[in-house]
Design a protein around this ligand. Sequence first.
Ligand SMILES: Cc1ncc(COP(=O)(O)O)c(C=O)c1O
Length: 407
Amino acid sequence: MNLAECKRFTMNTIEFTKTYYIDRRGSHSRKWDGEHLKFSRTDLLPLWVADMDFMPPQCIQEAICSYVKANPLGYTMTNPDYIEAVMSWYKRRHNCSLKQEWLTSAPNVITGIMWCIGAFTKTNDAIAVLSPVYGAFDTSASDAQRQIIAVPMNRTEDNRYSVDYDAFERAISEHDVKLFIHCNPHNPVGHVWTEQEMDRLFRICQRHHVLIISDEIHQDLITGPTAFTSALTVSNGAYADNIIAMSSLSKSFNMASLHHAEVIIPNEQLRSQFNAYKAHVYHTDSDVIAETAITAAYTHPEAEAWLTDVLAVIRENYEYLCRELCTALPQIRISPMDGTYLAWIDFGAYVKAENMHDLFENKCRIAPSFGEWFGGKNYTTFVRLNLATSLENIRTATHNIIKYVHP
Ligand SMILES: Cc1ncc(COP(=O)(O)O)c(C=O)c1O
């Protein structure tokens, strides 16, 4: 398919895959070429690192190329078009009105979280997360000699996760928690938090003077029925003064190696504190390539069509995986993936924890993200599978799982 022909129109999943899927082996991709970093062999189908196996929209590629062809990569100042693009994206996609002065930045979301930990907490302070959760939250806290307080979520009969609000409040008050790192949509369980759920969580945080970081990096990857609500807009912005929201285009448009994340801080004092900390540890002007990419992604209709299409591929992959696995292995527990492109699957009915690595690496020949990476021993029978790839890869993975996991 000629890309120019389909710029403004959505494609079906087969056309999209044909056009954008790319064989990434040999490109120094961490996911495809870095299996030796985490696994015992390097001939695995990689479904671990959370990026996509699709080229980004052509309008972003062109915007970067045009800038580089026309300009030296000298020092730059933040381009007002980039700020405008971010503000219009939040308004248009998430009904969230940002003020220009709220925006600051970090080289990526995790660095932004590390800076918040440095700016707003002290050694040994307690930081709460809802468990299971993305492992870098834990390491960001422990590397800075803070205590991580993991509050386990409840899992319902239908494999959906929910908060035990009493346990959350008890943990906060017992450990004198200073910071709560919220993740919406939630990696790895795929839950998209409703406004009501966040209202209850944030009210508890407010009662105990706990600052909230809302990691919203998966905000555009919604494939289920619940719409994304930014923490900034919960209860008409009632908690915005106590929230630091973070996002970037890295997940939505597959550009994680561009180092730029939006850090949104409505409260002026918190923002000054964050920026003072940042000035102490980091010195740079704006990243012009990232700003160029973001401006293109957030303003071109083609990019929005691309996003619609990639979500359809992800949904199709998820439905295929669920259908096949649940038919062959009826006691498997797959959590509803309403957001992200990450499927969270519990093999506990069929596989002993101590056999999971051997099964996936030596038999199924898949490189998953293993459950324990998201909160330790409670999750050793789980894997997280990255579905942002071709249906063919998901078919291969599904087939191999069914072949080697015996009911
Ligand atoms: C919830 C969440 N936050 C942050 C990150 C990493 O983001 P960054 O590369 O911007 O640090 C990921 C990557 O998987 C993620 O899932």
